[in-house]
Design a protein around this ligand. Structure first.
Ligand code: TXA
Ligand code: MG
Length: 325
């Protein structure tokens, strides 16, 4: 399924919430207001819907997305909370704070939504329309800001339309966003760390924690990390050999399109036998993980075209192949 050529604009009411929930359930893309900025929602458990979301935004790289849930109970089904995370959730949820936490193995989120990471960003928004949509859909919704990549975040339905009209299925118009900047992001994966300034002031967070936050600001474009920074991209143990045209003894094979004789490969997984980039994106991280888990020392990766989502797929493959210290 591709986004409808026309984007429906619905005034925020019960009918619009129902329509958006059905759209998400069908793998569609629905923008909705939160108190910070408008989000572009997709079913967090549907890898192909998430792939279409990246395509609609025109993201050149797969950045991990925030999983939105209606309450703390739903958040606990996705991630592990340490004492600091418990305190922050109690103080600031619902509201403009996102917590990056160790993901639960049974979280059910698509690997692509997490960009293959073992952590997950979770947020409980306060906006009534966002909350009602989350309750109606009854599953986590991933939602980056509803703008084209490289543009500023939208704080009205008109902003969303000017960037994404014709690229997404619908927008719920709930008027302007009250906060107007994105959520603050704090990682609780050890010492609590300040990843992104936003709708909750750093001082307010430090008061609740009773300690200063360490500084680990997100690298703007998830560029290679300085030592000590959060790992922001997926890194397999196996060595990746990109644009491979053959398979060497002992290698596992990550194929794309009609695979050549994979006779030598210890294990072969195909991103998309029919050469579809949306399907390939949805399978990227889960296939890499499965090949890595097989214990193969190296993974040969067939060439993936660089058009459309292929640009982001190649970006993540290059990062996964980069030598590490
Ligand atoms: O206010 C907001 O947070 C809005 C509304 C729609 O909720 N959403 C938003 O999403 O700003 P987005 O995708 O534009 O920004 C999310 C940021 C990205 O910089 C991403 O790299 C980071 O969160 N992020 C997500 N998961 C992460 C993780 N596991 N570790 C580190 N950073 C993460
Ligand atoms: Mg954004």
């Amino acid at each position: 399924m591709t986004a409808e050529p026309t984007t429906r604009v619905l005034k925020a009411d019960a009918e619009a919430i129902g329509a958006a929930a059905r759209c998400l359930a069908a793998g569609g893309l629905a923008a909705f207001p939160t108190e910070t900025v408008y989000g572009l929602g997709a079913d967090a458990g549907n890898g192909e819907a998430v792939a279409r979301l990246y395509a609609a935004k025109g993201r050149p790289a797969f950045n991990p997305l925030i999983a939105h849930v209606p309450d703390l109970a739903a958040a606990r089904r996705l991630a592990h909370f340490d004492a600091a995370a418990e305190r922050l959730a109690a103080a600031f949820w619902p509201g403009p704070l996102t917590l990056v936490l160790p993901k639960r193995d049974d979280c059910g989120l698509a690997d692509l939504a997490l960009a293959g990471l073992d952590s997950v960003a979770v947020r409980v928004p306060a906006h009534p329309v966002a909350r009602e949509l989350l309750l109606a859909f009854a599953k986590p919704i991933v939602a980056p800001s509803a703008n084209r990549s490289g543009h500023v975040s939208p704080t009205s339905a008109a902003h969303v339309l000017s960037d994404l009209r014709g690229r997404i299925d619908l927008v719920i118009d709930g008027g302007p966003c009250a906060v107007g900047v994105e959520s603050s992001i704090v990682a609780c994966l050890g010492e609590p760390a300040w990843l992104r300034p936003g709708g909750v002031a750093r001082e307010a967070i430090e008061r609740v924690l009773g300690q200063p936050l360490s500084e680990q600001r997100l690298p703007e474009d998830a560029a290679p990390l300085a030592p000590g920074m959060l790992a922001s991209h997926y890194a397999p143990k196996a060595k990746l050999r990109l644009d491979a045209e053959n398979v060497r003894a002992g290698e596992a094979l990550l194929a794309f399109g009609p695979a050549p004789g994979a006779g030598q490969a210890s294990l072969t997984l195909n991103l998309s036998p029919r050469g579809d980039l949306v399907e390939a994106a949805a399978n990227l991280f889960s296939h890499l993980r499965a090949l890595d888990a097989s214990g193969a020392p190296a993974i040969a990766v067939m060439k993936v075209p660089r058009e459309g989502l292929g640009e982001a797929i190649n970006d993540r493959l290059a990062r996964a192949a980069a030598p590490r210290g």
